[in-house]
Design a protein. Structure first.
Length: 277
């Protein structure tokens, strides 16, 4: 049985994870072995456990300790701390309304190498400096649903394990392999080295349409998406093999990066799979 601890002191240091530490402090770049993340909702926590993530503690609405949270607690060590209170108290402590009344602090899993990801994939998404956590979560959800084998991110982008990102992804961030691209290398050349052609999603004079047969025919393709405001860097576009546009009507020239990713992943991921018929 988990170790139930009623919350009586908001300043208790063991609650810092949930109440006072920032996402960057949890990430703990200086000491990766002790880095943490916080998962929110039974679905996200369950998928994190399925992926092998190790829980450290729970923050849970009291009623869920014998309700929705009970099955999750049965999957954890018998002595795992569970800090419990009524929802109003938890909202006051964290500063936001908990989805389904629970959070779980977990140790960050080690990330695979770019080489390991590329060796097993034929369709990957590359996110260049995508900063909005909600967009990151939505992109991961689309990647899982629409045939992408992995996601690679530049280091300047938002963390996929940020609480909001993993929640918006519905836990799919734990279903799709991902890692960061090296900061000190030409990552387009690196992808070419691993056998990938690169397709930059951008509206240019030389852009080809998303349904161009050459894209679907590529045995290994990386779909490169840019940041919310400025899109892809000019150097990135210049180093990619293709520049690709989504045909649109009514004079619309762009979509939000999360919406664009869903369209691109459907066409270049799901519909290009051998079993897509």
């Amino acid at each position: 049985m988990a170790h139930m601890i009623p919350i009586t002191d908001f300043q208790a240091p063991e609650l810092d994870i949930y109440a006072r530490l920032t996402e960057n402090q949890l990430l703990n770049r200086a000491d990766p072995a002790n880095a943490l993340f916080v998962a929110e909702s039974p679905l996200v926590i369950g998928r994190a456990l399925d992926a092998g993530c190790v829980p450290v503690s729970f923050l849970m609405e009291t009623k869920h300790t014998i309700g929705k949270g009970a099955a999750l607690l049965e999957r954890c060590a018998a002595d795992i701390p569970v800090y419990a209170a009524e929802l109003e108290v938890l909202t006051q402590l964290t500063g936001f309304h908990l989805t389904r009344g629970m959070l779980c602090a977990m140790r960050r899993p080690p990330l695979p190498t770019v080489e390991a990801i590329c060796a097993k994939a034929r369709r990957i998404a590359v996110l260049e400096n995508v900063m909005n956590p909600t967009n990151i979560g939505a992109i991961f959800r689309s990647a899982a649903a629409l045939g992408m084998d992995a996601v690679l991110l530049t280091a300047a982008g938002s963390d996929p394990l940020y609480r909001r990102s993993s929640r918006v992804s519905m836990g799919n961030v734990f279903l799709v392999p991902w890692t960061y691209l090296p900061e000190d290398a030409d990552w387009t050349a690196l992808l070419h080295q691993y056998g990938f052609k690169t397709a930059a999603m951008a509206l240019r004079a030389d852009s080809i349409r998303l349904n161009d047969a050459r894209l679907a025919a590529e045995p290994k393709l990386a779909v490169v998406m840019g940041t919310e405001g400025d899109g892809l860097a000019a150097d990135t576009i210049a180093h990619c093999d293709y520049t690709v546009m989504i045909p649109m009507s009514h004079g619309v020239d762009s979509l939000n990066v999360a919406a664009a990713s869903a369209v691109a992943f459907y066409q270049l991921g799901l519909m290009s799979r051998p079993d897509s018929d």
